[in-house]
Design a protein around this ligand. Sequence first.
Ligand SMILES: Cc1cc2nc3c(=O)[nH]c(=O)nc-3n(C[C@H](O)[C@H](O)[C@H](O)COP(=O)(O)OP(=O)(O)OC[C@H]3O[C@@H](n4cnc5c(N)ncnc54)[C@H](O)[C@@H]3O)c2cc1C
Length: 464
Amino acid sequence: MSTELPDTLPALKEKIRGEVILPDSPGYDEARTIWNAMIDKRPAVIARCSGVADVVTAVNFAREAGMVTAVRGGGHNIAGHALCDDGLVIDLSRLKAVRVDSFARRAFVGPGATLADVDRETQAFGLATPLGINSTTGISGLTLGGGFGWLTTQYGMTVDNLVSARVVTADGRTLRANAEENSDLFWALRGGGGNFGIVTEFEFQLHPVGPDILAGLIVFPFTEAKTVLQKLRDFVTSSPPNLNVWTVLRKAPPLPFLPGEVHGREIIVLAIFYSGNPEEGKKLIAPLRTFGNPVGEHIGVQPYTTWQQAFDPLLTPGARNYWKSHNFSELPDEVFDVVLDYAGRLPSPHCEIFIGRLGGAAAHVPPDAMAYGNRDANFVMNVHGRWETPEEDAACIGWARDFFHASAKYATGGVYVNFMTNDGVDRISSAYGSNYTRLAQIKAKYDPSNFFSINQNITPARMP
Ligand SMILES: Cc1cc2nc3c(=O)[nH]c(=O)nc-3n(C[C@H](O)[C@H](O)[C@H](O)COP(=O)(O)OP(=O)(O)OC[C@H]3O[C@@H](n4cnc5c(N)ncnc54)[C@H](O)[C@@H]3O)c2cc1C
């Protein structure tokens, strides 16, 4: 692939209705900034698209010029796959349209929409689809990798709710992918990441949710963490699918409902979400308080959209981040010992260990129904290495890596692609397990030259 600016660049500028941003353009640095401050890439050209025609133009330009090409949705990918050095970035961030058909319970979503954009429009009708827990995340990357959040135990993964997609392929065609049309592409898009083309519109199934739900936090001292983890593990096996509880271990931020002496000390937090009748929910969550001696609690009935943004202040852009992740079917006591060991020596006040609960509706889908196949993952542990300065890089990356290795033997071996850094090809094939072979064949059909390579890359299969 060439890194020089092609002489067809003036033609690109003429054809694009959006913006063509070059290294000497005003706004270049803002346009190459993404969520993870560890990523410092310098594209040669950024095509900020204003519609599907711009996407087609940009794909054709890059392919004909032989340029490395990255695709940017919400820019939250931890590995920095929204950007590339020297090549072309096809920036979809302005394509934020969200249209809801409340009668059919469907949302039609542009690829630059954030989760907040989707929730805002769907909640106007008291509807929602399962999305992640940080509202500034892009719908595109989240959906293409799988997508899970508070509603996942009840309504499945985001991809389980994808009904169809409009796609621009590497050869510049615009296709529709759903259960009837280009069904192999539709299978691959649901978890296969950005490998198969650029999605220009997602169609989601919606469900009645809220608009008010019961949610909040119960915080326990770190000394009680093991008991809390054990009791929660047993509690969730019999809890209804519309109750979801995640765990966070970190140093306490200065939250107003926590006593001052707890601030900055290690804590374990239960993050609780119940989408049913709040009075029923209050009864259901009462046992959680008895898991130990809480040092603080902040739970209440609130708009679903408020809870969807509750973690945003802890996950602001601009920090340095390095993540590692494991899937677990079961959580044996031994894994808790490892968790507590590493949670007891967090290298930065911003580092945290998240254990998200999947299962429920997400586990009812056969693993080969679509590219996302980790249906045995009842829990996803995400090691959020997060810190402020380059001087802390080595300690924080080292902590995340060591923890990851120490806990590996209890994990399924599968992994959620959306939480992966650049871990190499082996981990990508483990992420897809037995679905990888089919993905490689579909990649060979829709993108034989691996034009879409800046992602958790699936190598096109050799065709006979
Ligand atoms: C703070 C934070 C919280 C998170 N919480 C959750 C969570 O609760 N649940 C969860 O499931 N995930 C979560 N994630 C992970 C998230 O799903 C991924 O980071 C995802 O890649 C973000 O998508 P994006 O569009 O913002 O990213 P980008 O960086 O823009 O894109 C991600 C990848 O998708 C490709 N891509 C982007 N748009 C398109 C498109 N339209 N067509 C084809 N390819 C495209 C890109 O090339 C890149 O390879 C979280 C991430 C962060 C940073």
